[in-house]
Design a protein around this ligand. Structure first.
Ligand code: ATP
Length: 345
């Protein structure tokens, strides 16, 4: 599918469909010591771990979706099913209409994958050689290869290190090469598992810029996992939040803030201590002499912030006033805490 085809497709068509996906791993339980090792060898005691538990979501063509969740939530397992590395225990997944674990080769043409913690390049070869091998594997035409490498170099500044062996690249350089390699065959879908883990701020921004470019200009569909909330804020409009293998929320960033954010607070410094009751619709959350922290009574939507500010200024003699919104890190902390409380023991 060419970039032109992708850009002219209706945005609602799903590029990724995950329906009632379940993945259970069976592993041998090992008791400590030599006896335990022997027992595990002769009569292994198997235990089951359900990493993904009835997960359904879809990603529209040309959309960037962030798959979020705490450590061990089931994000990588979901991504591995989409790349065809893992076969689900039940349920199903399709990527650009192909069932990844049934048609791995066809799926490989439709999907580019980046695993921040692992490289897909040839460890002992210079990065440039890996690109040439991938070019031949995927049959990328020489003109396209040249044009794409030029574009990747402009966005990711690859040429200063692409003659270095992959094993000698720094983490940031290696992931930038991995990204270019994943996009070289122009796949309509890209999945990235923590692509910017351990990167410096400049390298992170380059990767984000490239992803934005891929979605907005190339019409690519991107599924991203990350623990970096700045990344989520800069790139994603929609998020799927999972915990213990189950979906906790599928919605926009605004919906996530509304559900898990603690809303806004107003920090006020008065000209002197003032014991008068606070204005209607507001509650004093903290009081320290002339300093007050006020919040809405009965949820963030109870009073609009501009009304709250007006009422505070009318009631008190104010020296300084500032509104504090809970940031995305706070929202995620609350979401993970909530999900933990709701999850099965
Ligand atoms: N091959 C495997 N065998 C057994 N258990 C596994 C296997 N792979 C993953 N798990 C378990 O499945 C659960 C989900 O793991 P997964 O790697 O999908 O989490 P994650 O959301 O990607 O976490 P993180 O943010 O730490 O990368 C974890 O409890 C993990 O220990």
């Amino acid at each position: 599918m060419s970039t032109l085809d992708r850009l002219s497709r209706p945005a609602s068509e799903s590029a990724i469909e995950v329906r009632r996906l379940v993945k259970t791993f069976r592993t041998a339980r090992r008791s400590p010591g030599v006896r335990g090792a022997l027992r595990a060898l002769i009569a292994p005691e198997l235990e089951s771990k359900t990493a993904v538990d009835d997960v359904s979501f879809s990603v529209a063509t040309g959309e960037l979706l962030a798959l979020l969740g705490p450590n061990g939530a089931g994000k990588s397992t979901t991504i591995k099913v989409l790349t065809g590395i893992l076969t689900p225990t039940s349920g199903q997944a399709t990527v650009a209409g192909v069932v990844p674990y049934r048609e791995r080769e066809r799926n490989a043409r439709n999907i580019g994958a980046v695993f921040g913690q692992r490289t897909q390049l040839w460890w002992d070869l210079p990065a440039r050689e890996s690109f040439r091998i991938l070019r031949d594997i995927y049959g990328v035409a020489p003109g396209d290869y040249k044009a794409r490498m030029r574009e990747f170099d402009e966005l990711l500044e690859l040429c200063s290190f692409w003659d270095t062996r992959v094993r000698h690249l720094s983490l940031g350089q290696r992931v930038r090469c991995d990204l270019a390699a994943a996009l070289l065959h122009d796949p309509p879908v890209v999945v990235l598992d923590e692509p910017t883990i351990g990167m410096d701020v400049v390298a992170k921004e380059q990767v984000r810029e490239l992803l934005r470019h891929q979605v907005e200009r190339r019409g690519r569909t991107v599924l991203l996992t990350t623990h970096d909330m700045t990344e989520v804020e800069r790139l994603a409009e929609r998020v799927v939040l999972i915990n213990h293998g189950r979906i906790v929320l599928d919605g926009t960033l605004t919906e996530m803030r509304e559900r898990f954010g603690r809303g806004w607070r107003v920090h006020v410094t008065l000209t002197g201590p003032d014991e008068r009751p606070c204005p209607p619709g507001l509650t004093v959350l903290e009081r320290d002499g002339a300093r007050l922290v006020l919040g809405p009574t009965g949820g963030a939507d109870a009073v609009p912030t501009h009304q709250a500010l007006k009422r505070i200024i009318e009631r008190y003699e104010v020296m300084d006033i500032r509104v504090e919104e809970s940031d995305l890190e706070d929202v995620m902390r609350a979401a993970y805490r909530d999900a933990r409380q709701e999850s099965p023991a």
